[in-house]
Ligand binder design. Structure first.
Ligand code: BTN
Length: 144
């Protein structure tokens, strides 16, 4: 009698969905996004606050790009996939400010991503300059 292999499941529920513990996603480290920008996040303090340095690969500013400091805050959630936010003050070469908000995810293989959205305010000459705010998304993966 022929032995038929058991059918493969179409999907396998992830550990997260089964309620099993995943390793916590740690923001500290060197991250890169799809534009080629890099950011280094220093150690996260007990209250969730952190700081770091952002090196953007792209810019609107006429001056040459320089590293810029970032300051943020993260949650500590039970499942280790915390939401966070940080501000980049581009004062080293630009009048703009960018705020990022996002969430750190770890998949079953331990690969971490930072899924983020950002708002960039460039300096306008007068209030209600509709063109002064840009919005976008960036996904960061760990370099180191
Ligand atoms: C400026 O152009 O005035 C400052 C640099 C802005 C870079 C933006 S911030 C959002 C987006 N993500 C990046 O990594 N770089 C751009």
């Amino acid at each position: 009698k022929r032995h038929l292999p058991s059918p493969l499941p179409l999907y396998s529920p992830s550990r997260a969905l089964k309620g099993q513990r995943l390793p916590a996603c740690i923001l500290t480290g060197l991250w890169g996004n799809e534009l080629g920008s890099k950011m280094q996040i220093q150690q996260v303090n007990e209250d969730g606050s952190f700081s770091g340095e952002y090196r953007t690969a792209v810019s609107l500013a006429p001056r040459p790009v320089r590293p810029a400091s970032l300051n943020g805050s993260q949650h500590f959630d039970e499942r280790g996939q915390p939401t966070f936010g940080f501000t980049v003050n581009w004062k080293s070469f630009s009048d703009s400010t960018t705020v990022f908000t996002g969430q750190c995810f770890v998949d079953d293989n331990g690969k971490e991503i930072l899924e983020t959205m950002w708002l960039l305010r460039e300096k306008a000459k007068a209030p209600q300059g509709w063109e002064a705010t840009r919005v976008g998304t960036n996904v960061f993966t760990r370099i180191k």
